[in-house]
Design a protein around this ligand. Structure first.
Ligand code: SF4
Ligand code: SF4
Length: 345
């Protein structure tokens, strides 16, 4: 099992760095195969925000697949919009047009059972693919602490079903196991992480843009995530998905080939970094709070809240007795109008 972490400081050099890595896996793709390319199209944001997969990365992957004679198509099911809107905002739409590659919404749900969780609504367009290339971003995540390759396959779950899983799972540990079940169903052939630009702080959408200067590739998303976490000096126990993957025996021994120096990252305020903070979080926990001056009453958060805890018409009220602290509202707010504040339990 190999993981490649290669330094890349500029999207204009992405082909130089990424293409040789992809070519190591050429024999995994056959002429005529339908290959789904699954980027991170979280919401309609420009590529320079570090929130969504950069079009230059997608261009290298599509050229690689077309040269092999496969039939690539690109798709996602974004949290707050359509794949088309998100792809237009970030530039992936233009790349798909340039190479005549279909851009699809990951809709048409098919019920699939995971190892622990049953009845997961995966898009038919995912299940119909012969192969999948999962193209994630390197970002922090207020609920899961980090969002990397394993978390990126959550976008294969259709539309609002994603919010419903937050509610069904209830705890972060359970939710990490839902994500692992989904990832194992999707089972990408190859995983790429675009970490040239990413996000730290309260990601995945409302943190700070961070230049990590790395591209990661592996056939195994668990070890790819693990290698990045280690390079960023993050303890595995803080990253729910990696912690649960370790418990489930999903992180095998791997060979790391890297010229990336890694470094430090500001984790979200929700991360239990020090024991004292962990103790404090038993009494105080982070809850979402709407900044009424910034809020434009678009109701995206209300529509996406899995616990129906938000009532924008009622003076932008959040019912904390219903709120399950999934922070979806914080993730989806396009105005960065939701803060995570400490509150006595
Ligand atoms: S808090 Fe954000 S997402 Fe919610 S209604 Fe206001 S602007 Fe929209
Ligand atoms: S209010 Fe926000 S954090 Fe609470 S359940 Fe709804 S989406 Fe999740």
């Amino acid at each position: 099992m190999n993981v490649y972490l290669k330094r890349c400081t500029d999207y204009n050099k992405a082909e130089e760095v990424l293409l040789p890595l992809l070519k190591k896996y050429s024999d995994k793709f056959k002429t005529g195969e339908k290959v789904l390319v699954k980027p991170n199209l979280l919401s309609p944001r420009q590529a320079e925000t570090g929130i969504t997969t950069h079009p230059k990365i997608i261009e290298v992957i599509l050229k690689f697949l077309l040269d092999l004679g496969t039939k690539p198509y690109l798709g996602d099911s974004p949290a707050t919009s359509t794949a088309l809107e998100a792809a237009k905002a970030n530039g992936i739409y233009d790349i798909c047009k340039k190479y005549d590659v279909p851009l699809v919404e990951l809709d048409e749900p098919v019920k699939v059972d995971g190892e622990n969780y049953k009845g997961i609504m995966i898009s038919k367009k995912v299940l119909e693919a012969d192969k999948i290339i999962n193209v994630a971003k390197l970002k922090t995540h207020v609920q899961m602490i980090m969002t990397l390759a394993v978390k990126n396959t959550f976008g294969c779950v259709v539309g609002k079903e994603k919010s419903a899983w937050h509610f069904r799972a209830k705890t972060n540990t359970n939710f990490a196991n839902v994500l692992i079940d989904i990832h194992n169903i999707v089972n990408p052939t190859l995983n790429v992480i675009d970490g040239i630009l990413g996000m730290e702080g309260n990601g995945p959408a409302n943190g700070f843009i961070k230049r990590f200067n790395v591209i990661g590739v592996s056939e195994n998303a668990y070890v790819l995530d693990h290698a990045i976490i280690k390079a960023l000096n993050i303890k595995e126990k803080y990253v729910y998905i990696t912690k649960e993957a370790m418990k489930r025996g999903l992180i095998p021994h791997y060979e790391l080939e890297s010229d990336w120096e890694g470094g430090k990252i500001k984790l979200p305020l929700t991360a239990p970094i020090f024991e004292t903070v962990t103790n404090l979080t038993r009494i105080f926990e982070r809850v979402p709070k709407i900044n009424k001056n910034k809020c434009v009453a678009c109701k995206i958060c209300e529509n996406r809240c899995p616990a129906q805890a938000i009532d924008i018409d009622n003076n932008k009220f959040i019912d904390y007795s219903k709120c399950i602290r999934c922070y979806v509202c914080h993730e989806v707010c396009p105005q960065d109008a939701i803060k995570l504040v400490r509150r006595l339990i």
